[in-house]
Design a protein around this ligand. Structure first.
Ligand SMILES: [Zn+2]
Length: 123
């Protein structure tokens, strides 16, 4: 009796899973976002902070420097000032740039506007 019930449950699960697969990728893609919304603000902050590619002092230095240079020379919609700073401070370009792109955009002025904001809110 028990075993039979087990099989029914397993079938039910398999059927649901098949429906999910057929029913559209949308629901699968969104499941990650739903999980994130359930976390508290504090947890979100901790996660954001854990993902920072450098210590706060270096991040501040980078954003200050890039912002000043963008103000002075304008943004040519490359990452030239950011890349310069990374080189001067011997940081790992890939990890810093990946993080910036994930939270900012694709050029110096967007990093300063968006990634800096993300950092200020979570530091
Ligand atoms: Zn720009």
């Amino acid at each position: 009796m028990r075993a039979a019930q087990h099989i029914t449950e397993a079938d039910g699960f398999a059927a649901r899973w098949a429906r999910t697969l057929n029913g559209g990728r949308q629901s699968l893609m969104n499941s990650g976002d739903k999980g994130r919304k359930r976390e508290s603000k504090l947890e979100q902050k901790q996660l954001a902070r854990a993902a920072f590619p450098m210590p706060d002092t270096l991040l501040k230095s980078m954003f200050d420097t890039v912002e000043a240079r963008v103000e002075q020379s304008g943004c040519d919609h490359t990452m030239r000032f950011t890349e310069q700073w990374i080189e001067e401070h011997e940081q790992a370009p890939s990890s810093v740039l990946e993080w910036l792109k994930g939270h900012g955009g694709f050029c110096d002025c967007e990093f300063v506007a968006n990634a800096a904001d993300h950092w200020e809110q979570n530091r």
